[in-house]
Ligand binder design. Structure first.
Ligand SMILES: [Zn+2]
Ligand SMILES: [Zn+2]
Length: 396
């Protein structure tokens, strides 16, 4: 596989970076040490850095040639609130926090690519290296966009990459159109007068109302949305009451809607409200629906996706770049960047999704084998997206 030889030679050093980041994981918007690490490396490579975008976020900018075109490459930096159980030598030294999604590897790969590109400069234009905070749950990507990422750092396209357990080492997967799903949260609060458990007729029962609503919600996917649309509506939390002999005054339900077609958001939000109103009427309770923290689907644009696939093929070979895998109903806040600029999000194989190798598992560890593969992809992508002028006739 044509990994860039210089990146293969620095594999051990990139692995050290990755393991250092792994041992010092930081939660969303608290990536201070990580940001210091990234800023320090970029400064060593001679790449100017702007810090403080979305708090701990930072952007390094590298120019070569005289071209006016620019692209962005994005890595995420945050960890998860999971107590690590890998038992590995570079395990987390921060209690209850671990890099269980491989953002340590993403950061290390982008740093390695930045160093190589700063050394070789075989491109014409500008590359912005975007190190994003708070991908997990806190939408740092959205905060960066709202903080002026694309106005302060103009770019024609933006690219992201995530390691993917279940895809073999040395392979990639990418597709145009939606690749990750929308993720809209909802919270439903059912309020009533409550009652003595033995005298329900003297009050109202939010638990029975919740049961009816839970059953109704199951019909959204089966009877409301087009069967051709992939949609998940999952109820994930149910809370109410604290003893045997009291019918409580409130019950709270929480859940998430996942889908690929952006037009489904108003349909799902309105349907949940209509079902809530129906249950409120039928059971004589109050039902409030909060539909919030929506993340759009991550939608790859056609031309950047074709370019990304060709760059991946340069590294892995055509037969190792899957173009036909189904999208994931997981979500990704890179979607906010893709909504603002054309671009492409691709998966790099992290090896088998065997025990301990699945994302967000307490036994997960980023596969260091793939560090030079991902870094090589970033470099080839830049060289193909911003090609240098062909040498003039007679030049050597
Ligand atoms: Zn994650
Ligand atoms: Zn992740």
């Amino acid at each position: 596989m044509p990994i860039i030889p210089e990146l293969a030679r620095s594999h051990a050093e990139i692995t050290d970076w990755r393991r250092d980041l792994h041992a010092h994981p930081e939660l969303a918007f608290q990536e201070h040490r990580t940001a210091d690490f990234v800023a320090g490396k970029l400064a060593q490579f001679g790449i100017p850095v702007e810090r403080g975008l979305a708090g701990t976020g930072l952007v390094g900018t590298l120019r070569a040639g005289s071209g006016a075109r620019a692209i962005g490459l994005r890595a995420d930096m945050d960890a998860l609130p999971i107590p690590e159980k890998t038992g590995c030598g570079h395990a987390s030294t921060h209690d209850g926090v671990m890099h269980a999604c491989g953002h340590d590897g993403h950061t290390a790969m982008l740093l390695a690519a930045a160093r190589h590109l700063a050394t070789t400069r075989r491109f014409d234009g500008t590359v912005h290296f975007i190190f994003q905070p708070a991908e997990e749950n806190e939408c740092g990507g959205q905060v960066m966009v709202e903080a002026g990422l694309f106005s302060r750092f103009p770019m024609e396209a933006v690219y992201g990459m995530h390691n993917w357990p279940g895809i073999s080492v040395g392979e990639f997967a990418v597709r145009p159109g939606p690749i990750m799903a929308a993720d809209d949260k909802f919270e439903i609060t059912i309020s009533s007068r409550g009652a003595h458990a033995a005298m329900p007729h003297l009050g109202d029962d939010p638990i029975v109302a919740a049961g009816a609503l839970i059953a109704d919600i199951q019909t959204i996917v089966s009877r409301i949305v087009d069967p051709q649309d992939a949609v998940v509506v999952s109820l994930t939390q149910l809370a109410g009451g604290n003893t045997w002999n009291v019918i409580p005054e409130t019950v709270t339900l929480r859940g998430t809607c996942r889908y690929f077609a952006s037009g489904l958001r108003p349909v799902l939000a309105a349907t949940l409200r209509r079902m809530a109103d129906g249950v409120a009427l039928a059971h004589d309770v109050q039902v409030a629906v909060r539909y919030y923290k929506p993340i759009p689907p991550a939608v790859n644009a056609a031309a950047p996706t074709e370019l990304a696939a060709r760059a991946a093929m340069q590294v892995a070979g055509a037969e190792k770049v899957h173009r036909d895998l189904p999208p994931s109903l997981g979500c990704e806040d890179f979607a906010f960047m893709l909504a603002a600029r054309p671009g492409c999000y691709l998966w790099i194989g992290n090896g088998p999704a065997s025990e301990g190798r699945t994302l967000h598992s307490a036994r997960y560890d980023f596969n260091d084998e793939i560090l030079p593969i991902g870094a090589s992809y970033w470099c080839r992508l830049v060289e193909m997206a911003l090609p240098s002028e062909p040498p003039a006739a007679g030049d050597q």
